[in-house]
Design a protein around this ligand. Structure first.
Ligand code: 1HN
Length: 348
């Protein structure tokens, strides 16, 4: 590899002249912005264990009332990107949100796309553009860019969910902003996963939203995803059991930025995931296991163990292997990655 000139080799007076005209020489940083053979990957391979998050989140519930928080969230920040940059991966933000019984998180809408995965508790619902979406463990609830959303909790104990947003991307595009709104008046009694989009392959004929990029289905119940994976397992006794969450009207990823999926591992099974360019996030819905990556300079020798409700991140351009430690129980994971964006950019 050819050695390139450094900044220090240049006369001080020349460097100062460049700076004064807002100019920067490329060659001293050529290798760092365009590494040979493999990109730099800042995403640290790590597990945010729920057993560590939960007590700190409950303390946030004691320390900070809703009026002082708007959204009571602990951000799952990846140290590889710098904790202050609120990135789990280059374009994915993760946060664990808590609502206590009787609390409401006020109505607003914003440019970042958001998904919630329900982690713990029941009795809460999110209203999205007047559609009340019930929140049950493992459900995926969408609030696409620009849609009004507010959260209510009428249940007994705390409710906790994982927020997944393309906020780091929007923020760096200087396009992240929000508007506050009046409380919503739900116009229907239940979300469209019960009727309009209750069966795969069937869509309502009179759908006025057809053609819009946003998925008209806002809630993807875990019970249906799980049932589908179990039926797939009944038909296939080997191979990776995985599904993607798509817009039922056009089959495309539910967001243009982040792709969502679910994986099932049979009892005791070990699976190598298809190699991909994008970093990846995992949230454990049911079961326990371990995960290992290969092909990263900061690779740790031993795999990371995980249990239910843990959330993990892994860098792109690595080979990921997951093992289900349950001898009799299947393992279910939800995944989020930047695959749609990579496809769009032509780098996947
Ligand atoms: C947001 O609107 C929510 O609506 C949660 O629950 C987390 C993080 C950053 C920006 C907006 C929510 C968020 C957020």
């Amino acid at each position: 590899m050819q050695q390139l000139g450094t900044l220090e080799e240049l006369p001080l007076e020349y460097r100062e002249m460049l700076t004064s005209h807002n100019l920067v020489p490329l060659w001293p940083q050529m290798r760092s912005v365009l590494p040979y053979n493999i990109p730099s990957r800042d995403t640290t391979f790590l597990n945010w264990r729920y057993e560590n998050i939960r007590p700190l989140l409950m303390r946030a519930g004691e320390l900070t009332p809703m009026e002082k928080a708007e959204r009571r969230v602990l951000i799952l920040a990846n140290p590889g990107h710098g904790l202050e940059n609120i990135q789990a991966t280059p374009s994915i933000y993760l946060g664990m949100q808590l609502i206590l019984p009787g609390e409401t998180a006020p109505n607003h809408r914003h440019t970042p796309n958001a998904v919630r995965i329900i982690v713990e508790g029941e009795g809460a619902y999110t209203t999205v553009n007047d559609e009340p979406c019930k929140m049950e463990r493992g459900d995926l609830i969408l609030t696409p860019a620009g849609m009004w959303h507010e959260h209510h909790h009428g249940g007994e104990g705390p409710i906790v969910w994982l927020d997944i947003l393309d906020l780091p991307l929007m923020y760096r595009l200087n396009s992240s902003w929000s508007i506050e709104g009046e409380n919503q008046n739900p116009s229907r009694s239940r979300d469209k996963s019960y009727a309009d989009y209750s069966a795969s392959g069937i869509v309502p004929t009179l759908n006025l939203a057809r053609g819009s990029d946003n998925s008209p289905q806002l809630r993807y119940p875990w019970s249906k995803t799980k049932a589908c994976l179990e039926e797939m397992a009944a038909d296939h006794d080997k191979g990776l059991l995985a599904i993607a969450y798509v817009n039922p009207e056009n089959g495309q990823s539910i967001f243009p930025s982040i792709g969502f999926g679910a994986i099932m591992l049979r009892p005791g099974e070990k699976q190598k995931l298809p190699k991909m360019t994008s970093a990846k996030v995992f949230h454990v819905i049911e079961g326990a296991g371990s995960i290992m990556i290969e092909g990263h300079p900061t690779e740790i020798d031993s795999p990371l163990n995980f249990v239910e409700r843990d959330t993990l991140s892994a860098p792109g351009y690595t080979s990921i292997t997951i093992t289900n430690m349950g001898e009799h129980k299947p393992l279910f994971l939800l995944t989020a990655d930047e695959q749609p964006l990579h496809h769009y950019l032509g780098i996947f």
